[in-house]
Unconditional design. Structure first.
Length: 273
């Protein structure tokens, strides 16, 4: 049985076969995640629009409302599904925005702070379709059942791009953002083909070769190409960084999470030298 998250089906799976294979088979990853500020943007955007009619987002969506946390569990799951080769998999994830339209159907929308593109939804097509598949074929997690929501009539990416600060006050400012909606048509056959290719990859007994176009793989390639002397120097530098990081963490723990004044912190650190 393969458990797949909608969020990993586009960027991770398409970026590098080797990194995706190691992540899924060995639970290892580089730990490179988007900066937390993007999550803050997402919270602000969702908080503002959730009380409004979804047609206020764009005229490409019919009238409807955002579904609330009381209607949807925090994590949703599909039933056991089959790829094109009859191999079992389950989809599990946390959708951003689910809309119930006033006349008919449901919509799955994702907010992204990003460069504006007409075709932006193509970069997230498997993620969006995965959520549509979950709501069409609902299962359950350990804590909650996933509701059946059909038909899924609209999917897309709502894009936000900061353009200017137009007013400021003490310790705050007002930011203006351009928006653009990128709709996506459902393609269930393409989705199942993609899942089948992913499971084909995961069933291989050999780790895929290093991919020079992948940043993580490229870093490993460059490490392997270092001479002995260079490697020793780089290792010593890395050790120094780890030591200094550990010393700062110990100091912060000693002083209640670093709540003392900056001057006191500097003085205390200087005593340790």
């Amino acid at each position: 049985m393969y458990y797949l998250a909608p969020s990993e089906l586009d960027y991770k799976a398409k970026k590098c076969k080797r990194c995706f294979y190691i992540h899924k088979k060995n639970k290892l990853s580089s730990g490179n995640f988007p900066p937390p500020v993007f999550s803050s943007f997402d919270v602000c955007q969702t908080t503002y629009f959730k009380s409004k009619n979804c047609s206020d987002l764009t005229n490409e969506l019919p009238e409807g409302r955002f579904m609330t946390s009381s209607e949807l569990p925090g994590k949703i799951s599909s039933v056991e599904m089959l790829d094109n080769k009859k191999r079992s998999f389950i989809l599990q994830g946390k959708p951003d925005i689910v809309i119930k339209f006033e006349k008919e159907g449901y919509g799955i929308i994702d907010f992204k702070t990003t460069n504006l593109k007409d075709t932006k939804s193509e970069s997230y097509k498997y993620q969006l379709e995965a959520y549509a598949q979950i709501f069409t074929n609902p299962g359950e997690t350990k804590t909650a059942k996933t509701p059946k929501l059909t038909p899924i009539t609209h999917m897309g990416i709502m894009q936000f791009y900061p353009t200017e600060i137009f007013e400021h006050r003490d310790n705050e400012c007002d930011l203006r953002m351009k928006t653009q909606y990128s709709p996506l048509k459902r393609d269930e056959n393409d989705f199942l083909n993609h899942i089948t290719n992913i499971i084909d990859l995961l069933e291989e007994n050999k780790v895929p070769d290093l991919n020079p176009s992948c940043n993580e793989c490229s870093f490993v390639i460059k490490q392997n190409s270092l001479g002995v002397t260079d490697f020793e120097n780089s290792n010593a530098l890395y050790t120094d960084v780890l030591f200094e990081t550990a010393k700062v963490k110990a100091f912060r723990k000693k002083n209640g999470g670093g709540k003392k004044k900056k001057k006191n912190k500097i003085e205390e650190l200087n005593k340790d030298k």
